[in-house]
Design a protein around this ligand. Structure first.
Ligand code: SF4
Length: 289
């Protein structure tokens, strides 16, 4: 039996999520820039900071992945609150003209007596199997486990930037950032047995990231965002430079089809017309929203 080309019921949640994805999300504190752009291309950060019109909107698959992620986030926050009633959610902070919020902020002693007197910032990411397997070092086809890469540096950086902002605003100390990763396809029972993967880790992973890892990443990114913001004050739009998987600077090219950052960028058409290199706002084809 073939699937019908025009569903009448099954697509309705997708349609709701797709419509919701068309509404631009404001930054947590109304700032021009957001922590969640950590690792992003300087050109994209500039367009966002200028309020440029998005001319390559998210497609339904993107809205599905993002929307399901939001549903899981809200459900997990509910579950955390029932076990840790002192946990706070969507705690926002501001660092100059960047802002954002974390998924949860929990008193350290509630989670581990060794963390007493400090707070733990929690950040959850939902993801497909490709990204998840890279983090935990799995090859599902072969049924092997190698050294995983751990959470994406850009995600740790985003969490760290918020941690620094919250620390300075609330005069508290955050030592550990906990990164949660959830994927939607569990490892099969058979493979889990052969790969010695426990019941939790068949579909999720949790990483406890100490301060010596997240703080330098966050400080470096706050500096990079600062340079982009300074350039924007002079009406200069940044170059097509992003951070790669290892935190190295990489030059993107939206025409090449090689970079996932560009595949998912809402400003791709504007960027292609503007061409590479830094440019002044008046030389850009960008339209304001
Ligand atoms: S299309 Fe690529 S290079 Fe251009 S702004 Fe977007 S991410 Fe940056």
């Amino acid at each position: 039996m073939e699937p019908v080309s025009k569903p009448v019921l099954t697509h309705l949640l997708l349609e709701e999520l797709y419509e919701a994805s068309k509404v631009a999300k404001p930054t947590a504190r109304g700032t021009a820039l957001r922590y969640s752009s950590a690792g992003s291309c300087e050109r994209q950060i500039s367009y966002m900071g200028l309020g440029a019109k998005q001319n390559t909107p998210m497609d339904r698959s993107g809205a599905w992945a993002t929307g399901l992620g939001t549903i899981v986030h809200e459900a997990l926050q509910g579950a955390i609150s029932r076990v840790y009633p002192r946990a706070e959610f969507e705690v926002s902070s501001q660092n100059g003209n960047i802002s954002g919020s974390c998924d949860a902020l929990v008193p350290g002693e509630d989670l581990n007596p060794e963390w007493a007197g400090t707070w733990v910032l929690y950040e959850l990411k939902t993801m497909g199997t490709y990204s998840f397997d890279k983090q935990v070092g799995w090859n599902r086809m072969r049924g092997t486990v190698g050294m995983g890469e751990g959470p994406a540096l850009k995600a740790i950086t985003q969490a760290g930037m918020n941690a620094l902002g919250i620390e300075s605003e609330r005069k508290i100390r955050i030592e550990n950032v906990i990164m949660g990763s959830i994927t939607f396809e569990a490892l099969s029972k058979n493979k889990a047995r052969n790969m010695d993967i426990n019941e939790y880790n068949r579909q999720m992973a949790e990483f406890h990231v100490p301060r010596e890892v997240w703080e330098p990443l966050a400080l470096a990114e706050i500096k990079r965002f600062g340079s982009v913001a300074d350039a924007l004050e002079r009406n200069i739009i940044g170059d097509v430079i992003a951070l790669g998987d290892d935190g190295e600077k990489i030059m993107l090219n939206p025409e090449s089809g090689k970079y996932w950052q560009c595949d998912y960028c809402a400003y791709r058409l504007t960027c292609m017309e503007d061409g590479p290199g830094i440019l002044s706002v008046s030389d850009s084809v960008m339209e304001k929203q």
